[in-house]
Write a new protein. Structure first.
Length: 224
């Protein structure tokens, strides 16, 4: 399913993804740092999703949980707990494979070192790149969610699964990028990665696909 048109906030997304490219190609930033930022982007998405789910939970308390063709009303905190565990596992696997493949962790530090010590990697260039992504996600996701009143109508199930389409693509490319870093080809791959990532963001309607999935779950539960 393709997006119908380009929206204004997409320009922020494009700029956020091109900042690492410009830094690596023209400002002497390290390709490794750019991929560290892309790995940390997963954590940004997770935190913003939790905030959105928390807002809905505070207002509605409960929402419909679909499972095995059935439906039941559950506390919003169940959705949040499930997301933290499940999405956290995805982030843990991604950052572990990336950090180990790119050799950016101290010797004998353990497989999960990067996931639990990501803040130790922050420097001026990384903070600048992260800032671009944070502004982009606030403008494209959290602010419209509040101003447009989506917190009143969007089901928690939809919010909970919103990040996964993007994260699957991001995880694959970040892990692949770590392999290119070991071959000394990080500068070239960061350009290809950014172009591919922007293309997916612009032309795939993730929300539309998820809406269809939620509608299908509702139909299935009504048959029970």
């Amino acid at each position: 399913m393709r997006r119908r048109k380009l929206i204004a906030s997409d320009l922020l997304m494009i700029a956020a993804n091109l900042i690492p490219v410009a830094g690596v190609w023209f400002l002497g930033w390290k390709a490794t740092e750019a991929f560290i930022v892309y790995a940390m982007e997963t954590l940004i998405v997770g935190i913003l999703t939790i905030l959105k789910m928390l807002i809905i939970t505070i207002i509605h308390k409960k929402d419909t949980w679909y499972t095995n063709g059935g439906a039941s009303q559950q506390s919003g905190f169940l959705f949040i707990f499930f997301f933290v565990f499940h999405f956290g596992l995805f982030a843990l696997v991604q950052t572990t494979i990336f950090s180990q493949s790119a050799n950016i962790v101290p010797p004998n530090s353990g497989l999960t070192y990067f996931f639990f010590n990501w803040y130790t990697y922050l420097n001026k260039d990384i903070v600048f790149m992260l800032g671009g992504f944070i502004i982009s996600y606030l403008a494209r996701s959290l602010v419209p969610f509040i101003l447009d009143g989506d917190y009143k109508t969007k089901p928690l199930m939809l919010i909970m699964f919103e990040p996964y389409g993007r994260i699957f693509i991001q995880q694959f490319t970040v892990i692949l990028g770590s392999l290119f870093l070991t071959l000394g080809l990080g500068k070239m791959f960061i350009l290809v990665f950014a172009i591919v990532k922007i293309g997916f963001e612009l032309y795939i309607d993730y929300e539309g696909l998820l809406n269809k999935a939620v509608i299908d779950m509702k139909k299935e539960s009504n048959k029970q």
